[in-house]
Design a protein around this ligand. Structure first.
Ligand code: NI
Length: 192
């Protein structure tokens, strides 16, 4: 599974709404390879999410990874092996936010290397999508996972996290963010 190049801000694919995936593509081996490559590329780049437009592919799908924070800390305390992230792919997703106050947290983007910023997101969204084998997906996500899903979903509509920021003054490069803006033991900004 090769790692593919990630396009950066300025590439038109990041500003062009993606097209829906035709259901017949799901049985195309090339399409399944694309999904595997998306996971490979995301993990190799240290990201927690990756949308097809970030590979210059204008299709409505994205991959992301979640680690259960409770299970991860239990495993660390036990000196156990690092928990493998659960890999998820959403094809032709629609998201429906639960009404509620927006929550600010740090985000970064593999297509906007090294920058971090505070981004408001809905605390909980309902997701409708198709899975890689054509199965219908319908679930609720909150917190960490809801933030990733909203970030990646935006990529399918030509939107990046900078567009969602209410105040650009929180923008910081990674090293300065580590030194001045994050607390010890704070998780890294979620980069997708
Ligand atoms: Ni991104």
């Amino acid at each position: 599974m090769p790692v593919r190049p990630i396009v950066r801000l300025g590439h038109p694919a990041l500003r062009t709404p993606a097209e829906p995936v035709d259901q017949t593509h799901l049985s195309d081996p090339q399409f399944q390879i694309l999904i595997d490559d998306m996971f490979e590329t995301m993990l190799a780049s240290g990201g927690v999410g990756l949308a097809a437009p970030q590979l210059g592919i204008g299709l409505q799908l994205f991959a992301y990874a979640v680690v259960d924070p409770d299970a991860a800390s239990d495993s660390a305390e036990d000196g156990g092996e690092e928990q493998q992230p659960e890999l998820k792919v959403l094809i032709n997703p629609a998201i429906d936010p639960r009404p509620g106050e927006l929550i600010y947290d740090w985000e970064g983007c593999l297509s906007i290397p090294d920058l971090r910023g505070l981004v408001p997101r809905h605390p909980e969204v309902r997701v409708h999508a198709t899975g890689r084998n054509g199965q219908p997906i319908d679930y609720r996500v909150e917190g960490y996972e809801a933030r990733i899903v909203q970030h990646e979903y935006d990529h399918l509509n030509g939107v990046v996290f900078l567009d969602r920021m209410r105040d650009l003054r929180s923008l910081a490069f990674g090293a300065e963010w580590e030194e001045f803006l994050t607390e010890e033991d704070h998780e890294d900004a979620q980069v997708g």
